[in-house]
Design a protein around this ligand. Structure first.
Ligand SMILES: [Zn+2]
Length: 337
């Protein structure tokens, strides 16, 4: 791996009632002008408290974060903002990443859900018809209050489980890629992403363990300098579903089912245990059936066929095995997704 500068969150707090730790970090920056982004619900859940603790200069409540963030970048570019705090779910945190990267100031994320690994990652993703990801600076601090996160709908936490378990196939894909083409493989990043995912196979995690795993996933991406340790063929499958407009599942639900299917192919080719992945997901209450997220078998096959052509430079098990329609049909049948 070529040498480069790696930025990681330097201040991470995970636990019950840790919101007041935000102040310690912000004070350490000697920040004078702090802006806070939040959503309507996340303001009630945690934003109000963070506001009273940190006393930011301005609080922006975003309704459509994706559209509003570019206006905020323009508005704040010539003002002396020292720090951005993003309190909320994925879209608010992603907006915080873009704003803080554009302003070149530290970001503090205060997640109110644990539905994906964007809490600490250096990637902002947007899905609306098309999916695109922007590489950003990672947050400098992550304040994950598990008493707040535990209040979010259980479906979101189960989606977070799906996004974390997907590191199993993502890392296996990365290891295949390393043998085929010279890319920036990092064993440290691979291990940091793989270990918390592997833990899910043995043990049903508490919320704080899941959050820690998702944070490690983000850290792995920063070390790798790409989303590679947490995004392989199972993410291509999910992106294909989004591009084709099938179903209305959460990102973590789609990649979770994708992980079962890709683990099946890894098991055929080299090693894997798709049954173990499926059982772990079932134990946690995750969806494992396509029909439960409104996707038909035919739609899943179309998405799998499309997944083969997404981002061809990212070598995965789909390039290794080159499965055809009948192979996908069999995978869906055998794994009973
Ligand atoms: Zn993901």
């Amino acid at each position: 791996m070529k040498h480069r500068h790696v930025e990681l969150p330097s201040f991470v707090e995970v636990g019950k009632g840790v919101l007041d730790r935000t102040k310690i970090f912000v004070e350490s920056l000697k920040a004078e002008r702090v802006v806070m982004l939040c959503g309507k619900i996340s303001y009630e859940l945690a934003g109000r408290e963070v506001e009273s603790i940190v006393k930011p200069s301005e609080v922006f409540s975003l309704r459509n974060p994706r559209d509003e963030v570019s206006k905020l970048v323009a508005k704040l570019s010539y003002s002396d903002v020292d720090c951005v705090i993003a309190v909320g779910g994925g879209r608010i945190i992603d907006s915080g990443k873009i704003l803080s990267s554009e302003l070149n100031v530290p970001l503090v994320t205060v997640p109110t859900t644990a539905s994906h690994d964007g809490i600490a990652s250096p990637v902002a993703s947007f899905r609306n018809g098309e999916v695109f990801s922007i590489f950003t600076r990672p947050p400098s601090a992550v304040i994950a209050d598990t008493s707040v996160i535990s209040l979010c709908p259980i479906r979101l936490i189960r989606a977070g489980f799906g996004d974390l378990i997907s590191n199993i196939t993502a890392v296996k894909d990365w290891r295949l890629a390393k043998d085929v083409e010279p890319i920036d493989y990092s064993e440290i990043a691979a291990s940091i992403a793989y270990m918390p995912a592997e833990m899910l196979l043995e043990k049903t995690p508490e919320v704080d363990e899941l959050v820690r795993g998702l944070i490690m996933s983000g850290v792995a991406m920063s070390i790798a300098g790409s989303s590679r340790p947490a995004s392989g063929a199972e993410h291509k499958f999910s992106h294909a579903i989004d591009m084709l407009g099938f179903g209305k599942a959460l990102h973590g639900e789609q990649v979770g089912i994708g992980t079962i299917i890709m683990e099946y192919f890894h098991e055929i080719a080299y090693e894997g245990d798709w049954m173990k992945v499926r059982q772990a997901m079932e134990r946690f209450g995750c969806v494992v059936k396509l029909k439960d997220v409104g996707i038909s078998k035919e739609e899943a096959i179309q998405a799998l066929l499309k997944a083969k052509s997404i981002r061809p430079s990212r070598y995965t098990i789909l390039d290794e095995l080159k499965p055809e329609r009948r192979d996908f049909e069999k995978a869906i049948e055998v794994t009973n997704v």
